[in-house]
Design a protein around this ligand. Structure first.
Ligand SMILES: C[S@@+](CC[C@H](N)C(=O)[O-])C[C@H]1O[C@@H](n2cnc3c(N)ncnc32)[C@H](O)[C@@H]1O
Ligand SMILES: Nc1nc2[nH]cc(C(=O)O)c2c(=O)[nH]1
Ligand code: SF4
Ligand SMILES: [Mg+2]
Length: 216
């Protein structure tokens, strides 16, 4: 019995559209609220509202899909005090659990079984001043770092950070993703190849399949 609660925008079953498990059927648990305002945010509907649910109720709804993968996202999930407890409870239930986070909130209390997908906010997001660089020290070799690229300037900035901080050696994958509709997708792919960058390019699979609909 777990009576702690979290505020939830939606729980749905879809294909993972990002990260290195892209394409795997995954349950998404989207927590409500975010202290950041990235200019490109595709999840603004999660900023407000939501429904308070007990961790037990969340676990029951997740279990109803019988998934292998569960992704906790938002909003900014780590802005809720009980998020670490939710993550541990999902791991205890036997799922492969990932956390999508801006990294603007300390990550040292996240269960080691959780795969962290930490977005280092680029200058083009308008929120790069929120990056907590100390969070890099909490990352394990199974975690992932993501850059959402809005322009050639963002790309050059990300390339510098990868090099300066040896990011490719710290985690399983450094992901680079075009900000949806804001940078030429093919151009970004070609810059990466031309520079022989140690990253993994990704397009948001769920947007290719279902446009930009919530609950996908
Ligand atoms: C909606 S956020 C939720 C988790 C957390 N707040 C974060 O920013 O990582 C999930 C991921 O979607 C990315 N994202 C949001 N809007 C996007 C867009 N328009 N194009 C590409 N990626 C986007 C974010 O940068 C983040 O990596
Ligand atoms: N299909 C699908 N995959 C996703 N991976 C990360 C998502 C997110 O919003 O954090 C997301 C999402 O919203 N939908
Ligand atoms: S941190 Fe994540 S949820 Fe918050 S505004 Fe940025 S992309 Fe959206
Ligand atoms: Mg999304």
């Amino acid at each position: 019995m777990n009576a702690a609660s979290v505020k939830i925008t939606e729980i749905f079953y879809s294909l993972q559209g990002e990260s290195n498990t892209s394409g795997r059927p995954t349950v998404f648990v989207r927590l409500t609220g975010c202290p950041l305002r990235c200019q490109y945010c595709d999840s603004e509907y999660a900023f407000y509202g939501g429904e308070r649910m007990s961790l037990d109720a969340v676990l029951a709804q997740v279990a109803s899909y019988n998934p292998r993968y569960v992704c906790v996202t938002g909003g900014e999930p780590m802005a809720q005090r009980t998020c670490p407890e939710l993550l541990s409870a999902l791991c205890d239930a036997g799922y492969n659990v990932s956390l999508e986070t801006s990294g603007a909130i300390a990550l040292d209390n996240v269960d080691a079984r959780v795969v962290k997908v930490m977005d280092l906010k680029t200058p083009g997001s308008g929120e790069s001043h929120r990056n907590l660089w100390d969070n890099l020290d909490t990352l394990k070799s199974t975690d992932q770092i993501k850059f959402v690229i809005c322009s050639r300037d963002d790309y050059d900035w990300a390339r510098l950070k990868i090099d300066e901080r040896g990011l490719a050696d710290r985690v399983a994958d450094v992901l680079m993703s075009p900000s949806y509709g804001q940078v030429d997708e093919r151009a970004l792919a070609e810059w990466i190849v031309a520079d022989n960058l140690p990253v993994r390019y990704q397009l948001q699979l769920h947007k290719l399949l279902w446009d930009d609909s919530p609950g996908r």
